[in-house]
Design a protein around this ligand. Structure first.
Ligand SMILES: Nc1nc2c(c(=O)[nH]1)N[C@H]1C(S)=C(S)[C@@H](COP(=O)(O)O)O[C@H]1N2
Ligand SMILES: [Mo]
Length: 239
């Protein structure tokens, strides 16, 4: 993925700059919160306020032509436990935390918001990738509706299968971070995260939560930063 001048540093570049690379314990997972805080404090885009990020969207990363879209089965199913059962009649996506206007949105509510389509590469650290088209609502648009407070710095995502993730605010407000409900022009399958999943060209596969039920803005990260991160995976998970 080509770098643009406004793109945040990858964590590796950041660690190289700060002279911390090569210290094995950094990747052991035991100090992920400390590291996450360092990342939050040291990178320019991560430091930007929610107001600045909403006012001036970050530069989109290049996408693929629709001719590059791979068949549906190119995206392997990767679920840590079982596929949850979600009743669409009662399903609501909660957007809360450091916001003044908490929201409870049904799938139809989300589908009524402006729709965006993108063709990106999904990359799983287990060694596979697929070029996928996602349609969905830009997360930044829904977070803006919830009126974030200036204290918001990170976003937690909760999923119906118990999966959890945390993202830096800049990545969550990136113009190509979508709450997706369609893949390759078809309704999202249950296995791929229906009714709502995260999709973004700037993060590795494990950051892209399926079956999202809650988007919680927070001012600080908890010791738990993500299902895989808490087992040693890198927190930023940038592409
Ligand atoms: N809720 C939830 N989201 C998840 C996962 C999961 O197990 N549960 N797996 C992650 C991983 S490791 C990857 S690579 C992608 C895979 O998405 P897919 O199963 O739609 O291909 O989902 C991510 N999101
Ligand atoms: Mo993955």
């Amino acid at each position: 993925m080509a770098s643009s001048p406004q793109r945040p540093f990858t964590r590796r570049q950041l660690l190289q700059r700060s002279g911390l690379v090569g210290m094995g314990w950094l990747t052991s997972g035991c100090s992920s919160t400390w590291l996450a805080n360092q990342v939050g404090q040291r990178t320019e885009p991560l430091n930007q306020t929610v107001e600045a990020l909403l006012l001036k969207p970050q530069t989109p990363v290049p996408e693929f032509p629709t001719s590059a879209i791979e068949p549906l089965d190119a995206l392997l199913i990767n679920t840590f436990d079982t596929t949850p059962e979600i009743d669409l009649q009662t399903y609501r996506l909660t957007i809360d935390g450091e916001v003044t206007n908490p929201l409870q949105l049904s799938l139809v509510d989300i589908q009524k918001r402006p729709r965006q389509s993108m063709v990106i590469r999904h990359v799983c650290v287990e060694g596979w990738a697929a070029i996928v088209q996602w349609n969905g609502a830009p997360l930044r648009e829904l977070i803006a509706l919830a009126k974030p407070k200036s204290t918001a710095r990170f976003v937690y995502f909760e999923s119906a299968d118990g999966y959890y993730e945390s993202w830096d605010l800049a990545s969550a407000l990136h113009p190509q971070t979508l709450l997706a409900y369609q893949r390759n022009g078809q309704p999202l399958s249950i296995e791929n995260g229906a009714p709502i999943r995260l999709a973004a060209p700037i993060k590795l596969g494990y950051k892209q939560s399926k079956w999202v039920t809650r988007v919680q803005l927070v001012s600080q990260l908890l010791p738990q930063t993500g299902y895989w991160e808490d087992q040693g995976y890198e927190w930023f998970g940038g592409l």
